[in-house]
Design a protein around this ligand. Structure first.
Ligand code: NAP
Length: 321
């Protein structure tokens, strides 16, 4: 069968012949893949930099997708950490890590949105006990996950939804999705931090997609800018678009009632992640969220890899266009 194949961590996957997968365990099912999202997580899987990487090659990238098995049902699936990923004509899923979609679901929208949407959905439902009326800062709100976080915060009844991001054009579109305020991060680090400090005095939860320098530069300003330093502020590290490490200022941890946690594969169990999928899939398939997806044939995987680094649209590879 044909698949996107990574043979070197230094190069983009190539469209090549790859051995067809076979079911091994009781819950395994071979499925025809219809759509697989090219998420940042997939890029880090394919270049070996993700924290779950074992360094083994060759591998077929793709951590999730939509497909159909011999039972004829349309499914969204999440793959375990495996070298047989979703970017292939066929893959093998564990049916316990899949959900059945309604037949009229749009596979492209589901494959594009589940991963980025899950980041805030699970953080707010599994890592904190988020309550309607609480206030949220989304750091890095202009990416796919950030834009969905704005919409999910609104759906979950957030009070203030403050969207902070570097791309001022995309930031300007976020009030239409539910942001109650925006903070541009396009200035120097000090100016951006001061702006954030002023805008976030009453925030309860930070969903951080950036980490790296922007998180380090803004944390003290957000903490010391609080109207009430005794009110709990939970900073949830969800992504690392700006860098994998950040020097956390000691003052941030001492100057207010502040806690720093993460949300992702491992800090949330597979069981907890799976429990959230049906409700999230229902919102996506019923059209609750705006989703900017671009279907691309799997034959063009090399070009798609180059474009994904530049594009704001979520590329979805389709092995059977
Ligand atoms: N933990 C989880 O459950 C989970 C799930 C999904 C995603 N994630 C992670 O969340 C992050 C975002 O994912 P995504 O799907 O939204 O990716 P994306 O669509 O590629 O968006 C990334 C965003 O980060 C911004 N950015 C990068 N460097 C920046 C910097 N130095 N300062 C300000 N903004 C910067 C980009 O802004 P520009 O347009 O200005 O470049 C872009 O808006 C990734 O690290 C991803 O791995 C985590």
């Amino acid at each position: 069968m044909k698949a996107a194949v990574v043979r070197s961590f230094g190069a983009a996957p190539r469209y090549q012949e790859f051995p067809a997968p076979a079911a091994a365990g009781d819950h395994d099912m071979v499925i025809d893949v219809i759509a697989a999202g090219l998420h940042p997580r997939v890029r880090s899987q394919a270049d070996g930099s993700h924290y779950t990487s074992t360094g083994e090659l060759p591998l077929v990238p793709g951590i999730d997708g939509v497909g159909r098995g011999a039972d004829g049902l349309l499914r969204y699936f999440i793959l375990p950490d495996t070298r047989m990923g979703a970017m292939a004509e066929q893959t093998v899923i564990d049916t316990r890590r899949s959900i059945i979609l309604s037949p009229d679901s749009d596979p492209i929208a589901v494959a594009a949105a589940m991963n980025p949407a899950m980041s805030s959905w699970i953080a707010l439902r599994q890592r904190v006990q988020f309550r309607p009326g609480q206030n949220i800062l989304i750091l890095g709100a202009t990416g796919n996950a950030g834009q969905l976080a704005v919409q999910i915060a609104k759906l979950l009844g957030a009070g203030q939804i403050i969207a902070a991001g570097r791309d001022t054009a995309r930031l300007a579109g976020l009030p239409a999705l539910g942001a109650t305020g925006t903070v541009p991060l396009d200035a120097d680090a000090g100016t951006a931090a001061r702006r954030l400090g002023r805008a976030t005095a009453d925030v309860d939860v930070v969903i951080d997609y950036l980490w790296g320098q922007p998180a380090a530069a803004t944390m003290t300003a957000v903490v010391t800018g609080r109207a009430d330093r005794g009110k709990l502020l939970t900073w949830i590290e969800v992504g690392s678009a700006a860098g994998p490490a950040a020097p956390v200022p000691s003052a941030a941890l001492r100057a207010a009632r502040f806690q720093l946690i993460g949300s992702g594969q491992g800090s949330v169990s597979t069981r907890e992640i799976l429990a959230e999928l049906p409700a999230l899939a229902r919102e996506i398939t019923s059209g609750t969220f705006g989703i900017d997806a671009r279907p691309t044939p799997l034959t063009q995987v090399e070009q798609a890899w180059a474009e994904a680094a530049q594009s704001t649209q979520r590329i979805v590879l389709t092995p059977r266009p």
